[in-house]
Design a protein around this ligand. Sequence first.
Ligand SMILES: *Cc1c(COP(=O)(O)O)cnc(C)c1O
Length: 424
Amino acid sequence: MSDETQPHHARLPERGRPWEELRDAIQGLRRDDLDWRHGRHSALIWYADDDVERVSSEAFGMFLVENGLGLRFFPSPRRMEEDVVAIGRELLGGDDGVCGHMTSGGTESLFLAAHAAHAAREWARRRQPTVVRPEVVVPGSAHPAIDKAAHYLGMDVVRVPVRANFRADSVAMEAAITPATVMLCASAPTYSLGVVDPIAQVGEVAARHGLWFHVDACVGGILAPFAREIGVAVPAFAFDVPGVTSVSADLHKSGFTPKGASTVLFRSAERQEVGVFHFDGWPSGRYSTRTFTGTRPGGAIAASWAVLNFLGREGYRRIAGTVMATRARLLAGLAAIGGVHVWGDPELWALGYGLEGGDIFAVADRLESQSWHVARIREPRGIHLMITPVHARSVDEYLVAVADAARQVRATGERSAVDAVYWS
Ligand SMILES: *Cc1c(COP(=O)(O)O)cnc(C)c1O
């Protein structure tokens, strides 16, 4: 690993270096990167297979230069983005009125939903002139991207404790609504423990109070419909639930497209329009964007279009099958390890497990010392896993490592000094 305390003194070379030499240099730099190809990662990586990688890479490469900011000059990426959004609408149970667009990722999708709700706040302000800082009411399990959005938008986030089953408490959320509330959020599923919040119940609360309701389906939105098709009981979580105003679903997670691709969809064109940014007071005239970014990579659009169509429904069902079968092996293996238990009752590929009679973070320490990448959960104390197809290769070895570590941790009573820290 590079020493992060040392300042970097890289200089732009006077004369360019040959690509062959640079390629070798990059390969050298990659030496310490997380070994995800062998499934030693717990999160961050979504990889379908080598064929999908080739399709992604070629399609992305065809649009390295085109700019998604000026799509009226590039009908081909525009058409592909429309297709991607139409596919997203179908997967998320939207009717013809549902519209949306691609973004650079889940954070931007959530930001834009919050921004639209924030714009709708101008209306709320007229109704309620005392509202200085609008509030977003979310379950305590919500992803920090909503806090980040609220931070930039001058909103406060009210995190409402989840129920004993780790799912959103719609009653407590309703009780947290004040005249300053402009938006409710819930997850399908949550990032840390992978449980789907009771979207229908929160939707009822939102409808009753006339509030914007965003469903964060970043991690599951694209693949969950296919899990359902192969028999997994996934409750309704998107536009088929009345009261849902907007939904975010990341393509670069369970859609297995390259990074830099998400979707945000709105119940109606009116809901989408309220979030569009317009500015006219500069030399070049009217400037309007639907995304936070200005220049947008055409490659992310083309690669998403290509991967969706390359896999098709059959391909996503196959991936869902691999992931759910791997999950079944993992759950059976974990259940056989003394003291280990999965938190809650997660439906899909994200989950967290804890340890009775020992410190689960000490298990994490031991796994890390064997070059497993481990994500920790602070509350409830656990180890997080985001299961993807490559984990089919590593699950057996992983279970042996966890069983061994858990046994030793319970025997020694050792405790970890390392806290849960998400990456930056
Ligand atoms: C990943 C994730 C986000 C943020 O998405 P990025 O693509 O990392 O910006 C938001 N919500 C949930 C539930 C996520 O899993």
